[in-house]
Design a protein around this ligand. Structure first.
Ligand code: BG6
Length: 473
């Protein structure tokens, strides 16, 4: 039976920020219309902006909902949104916040169940967690759950340090480290696809699989986020979290049960089995000006807020190997980049060629090996590619496919943040990153962060630097 959420208060740090207006508030509004229709939940936005009160915040929220095309079924929910400004991170500021929280809970007669969502820049995480802990906001009369937005640290050391700080005040079963890719329906479906369909599971190994390529291509550039991205780059921004999660779900063993810890145990085992990455085989790139469709776009170094000699990578391709019984010897490649030809997230599993080529004695098997393409976005679905005989007297083959598309089978998929916020509300940690997972993931990429590197150029609108090899669409 599905778990039910209890009445609660969600406190969002960064409550007037971009994430709140574009993702969190719209997701909360949709939940209020849908899954949480019968659950009373209030929202307290916390931010530095001193010029707002509850009413002004409600107006701000109403227009954010409108911009996101969310129409509330019951507008009176807006009355359950509140605002509190916190200008410094001193004990007195957190005490004042605690008073505001208690005031809301008293008035609404809430039982003290709290979600504290940190939608904050990396530098503000630790002081805020300490402030919360010292003000006694790590516990309450009900449950308290802490949600931490990505990035979780910027290298192994800082992630360890952040974990230690959180663990000084919160238990692991209170902590929800967000990776929004885990909230995507198609990413969750990887588990169903793999473990509900023995037909695929039985060939999911080195005996049958020739290679696995995981790609997250974006056509967008750095936009207005240069301040953050310049210090981050593709490796920190995308690979350490999103691509690594896709890799874990693709490669992990069957968990003993469909529960948070069983699944996360298996993901950690995969991370521990990955051989040290060979730095010289990693391709880093940065985009130059070019065209996306018909639109001319600037190069990365011409973007607002980017240094003219920036060494930040906007593309990375990483070959890696998993040294376990299932995958030994199978090459995996993780690739991601900004300003690529189109938006496309997919996992391509290529199977071995036939052992003897009866039909194409002189051609390379490469072109005709079977392939399973899992498209995470857009146009979510699967394609299984195989060879068929073209009609006629001669024996000629052609690659055709079996195809499944979510959009043809189901109503529109929920947004990742809707799924994740609902899971926090019902207390399900399955789709969140555990402390050891975050650390093992950083351990893999830490040696690449400071290693000497060549930054290859690529034109915006291409599939990345030529050095990363041919990109098969
Ligand atoms: C974010 C990154 O985590 O994911 C962004 O910080 C990136 O740089 C985004 O654009 C991609 O997410 P999605 O859901 O659009 O694939």
């Amino acid at each position: 039976m599905a778990k039910k959420s209890e009445r609660h208060l969600t406190i969002v740090f960064g409550g007037t920020g971009d994430l709140m207006s574009r993702k969190l508030l719209p997701a909360l509004g949709r939940l209020k219309n849908g899954e949480l229709r019968d659950t009373e939940f209030h929202v307290l936005a916390v931010a530095r902006d001193t010029g707002k009160d509850d009413d002004q915040y409600r107006q701000w929220a109403a227009s954010a909902l409108e911009d996101a095309s969310v129409k509330l079924q019951d507008d009176s929910w807006l009355k359950q949104l509140y605002y509190h400004s916190i200008t410094r991170e001193r004990k007195a500021d957190f005490d004042a916040l605690r008073e505001k929280i208690e005031e809301i809970e008293d008035e609404a007669d809430l039982p003290g169940n709290r979600i504290i969502y940190l939608a904050l820049p990396p530098a503000a995480m630790e002081p805020t967690i300490e402030g919360l802990g010292k003000a006694g906001l790590n516990k309450s009369g009900g449950w308290t759950r802490l949600v931490i937005e990505k990035p979780f640290g910027r290298d192994l050391n800082s992630a360890n340090h952040l974990n230690q700080t959180v663990h000084r005040f919160f238990q692991e079963n209170q902590i929800y480290r967000i990776d929004h890719y885990l909230g995507k329906e198609t990413v969750q479906n990887l588990l169903v696809f793999r473990f509900a369909n023995p037909v695929f599971e039985s060939i999911w190994n080195r005996h049958n699989v020739q290679s696995v390529r995981i790609t997250v291509a974006e056509d967008l550039g750095v936009g207005t986020r240069a301040g953050y991205y310049e210090k981050s780059g593709a490796l920190r921004d995308m690979v350490q979290n999103h691509l690594t999660q896709l890799l874990c779900l693709t490669a992990m063993e069957a968990p003993v049960a469909f529960g948070a810890d069983s699944i996360r145990d298996e993901k950690v085992k995969i991370l521990r089995s990955i051989l040290p990455i060979e730095v010289e085989k990693v391709v880093f790139g940065q985009y130059d000006r070019g065209k996306i469709g018909d639109q001319e776009v600037p190069g990365y170094r011409e973007e607002k807020g980017v240094a003219h000699d920036s060494q930040t990578e906007t593309f990375v391709s990483i070959p890696l190997e998993i040294a376990n019984w299932r995958w030994h010897g199978v090459p995996f490649v993780l690739r991601t980049g900004k300003r690529l030809k189109e938006r496309l997230t997919r996992i391509a599993v290529r199977f071995h060629c036939p052992p003897v080529s009866l039909f194409h004695p002189f051609t390379e098997c490469q072109v005709s090996s079977n392939e399973l393409i899992i498209t995470i976005q857009p146009d979510e679905g699967f394609d299984l590619r195989f060879e068929v005989k073209t009609p006629g007297q001669e024996i000629n083959t052609k690659t055709e496919g079996l195809r499944f598309r979510y959009s043809e089978a189901f109503v529109p998929l929920p947004e990742a943040y809707e799924t994740l916020l609902l899971d926090v509300a019902i207390g399900d940690q399955t789709l969140f990153v555990r402390a050891d997972e975050a650390e093992y993931s950083w351990r893999l990429y830490d040696p690449l962060l400071e290693a000497p590197r060549t930054l290859h150029r690529y034109e915006a609108g291409s599939w990345g630097p030529a050095e990363a090899g041919f990109f098969e669409r």
